[in-house]
Design a protein around this ligand. Structure first.
Ligand SMILES: Cc1cc2nc3c(=O)[nH]c(=O)nc-3n(C[C@H](O)[C@H](O)[C@H](O)COP(=O)(O)O)c2cc1C
Length: 259
């Protein structure tokens, strides 16, 4: 078992599955990324239902930690809820003038069920699942993500990982609900970017917003404990005054290092 645990990260599993890389268009992608701006004022144009659904589907294709899909996206359409959401977004024009509003929620309370679901999926799959993947969702996810009642396992884990980590490389986090929050937010934020780029590719614009009252947003959506607002994303067609100025980025050498 100890050997299996070690191999799970380092060994390439034996598989009967291949997937060829699709042909892509770098210039088209560049145009999408470069033309995405945070838009604060939108026109009255509507976004077709299918465009929203397609872009939400593409959000769900984002890479995500352990494929546990610790996210949820609420497309808020009901008018009273939408008005309350605009107010919870401090009535910023980016929310107030938007055709659509989506709330991205990071969840630390679904990893156990989703681990089980992965195993069920493997069970039914026609492709052979590597043993290491089954071991991962049976055992490793529990070790990694279960922080125990009042975070007690997390505290033990931190001490244990410190000791093991003196001798070899070992994943250090998550060992608390705060770490779990970061874990889920990372995954959800990647999906948010997918959504925003997809909207741009479809000819629409977006604005990510953390300028909002998360407590009120949670209440509007009826969220439970361990469900956190990553951001609210507004969407629509950009108005002529929708972008507040040219894009500013500091010199790349400051942020991109070759070491
Ligand atoms: C997590 C996050 C939260 C943000 N919150 C707001 C917000 O509440 N209101 C707003 O107008 N813009 C918000 N923005 C947009 C940023 O101000 C914007 O991305 C930044 O100024 C760079 O401009 P660009 O997106 O046009 O490249 C947010 C962006 C991110 C990633």
């Amino acid at each position: 078992m100890a050997r299996e645990k070690e191999d799970i990260f380092s060994k390439v599993p034996e598989m009967d599955y291949t997937e060829a890389a699709a042909k892509t268009d770098f210039d088209a992608f560049k145009a999408v990324v470069e033309s995405r701006r945070s838009v604060r004022v939108y026109t009255d144009d509507k976004i077709p239902e299918q465009v929203m659904q397609d872009c939400l589907d593409l959000a769900l294709l984002a890479p995500n930690s352990s494929n546990l899909q610790a996210w949820e996206f609420f497309w808020v359409k009901e008018s009273k809820k939408k008005q309350a959401l605009v107010e919870a977004c401090l009535s910023q024009p980016a929310a107030r003038t938007a055709a659509e509003l989506v709330v991205a929620v990071a969840k630390t309370n679904t990893w156990k069920d989703h681990s089980k679901e992965m195993l069920e999926y493997f069970d039914k799959s026609s492709t052979k699942t590597p043993k290491s993947a089954i071991h991962y969702y049976k055992k490793i996810t529990k070790l990694a993500y279960n922080q125990g009642p009042f975070g007690i396992y997390g505290i033990f884990k931190r001490i244990l990982l410190f000791v093991i980590g003196l001798k070899k490389a070992i994943p250090r986090e998550p060992t608390s609900e705060s770490d779990m929050k970061i874990w889920a937010h990372k995954t959800t934020a990647l999906a948010c970017e997918n959504f925003m780029l997809a909207m741009r590719a479809a000819g629409y614009d977006t604005c990510p917003m953390e300028g909002m009252d998360s407590k009120r947003v949670k209440k509007i959506l009826g969220l439970k404990q361990k469900e956190y607002i990553t951001m609210v994303i507004s969407a629509g067609k950009r108005a002529p005054n929708g972008i507040y100025g040219p894009r500013i980025r500091f010199g790349r050498n400051r942020f991109i290092k070759t070491v």
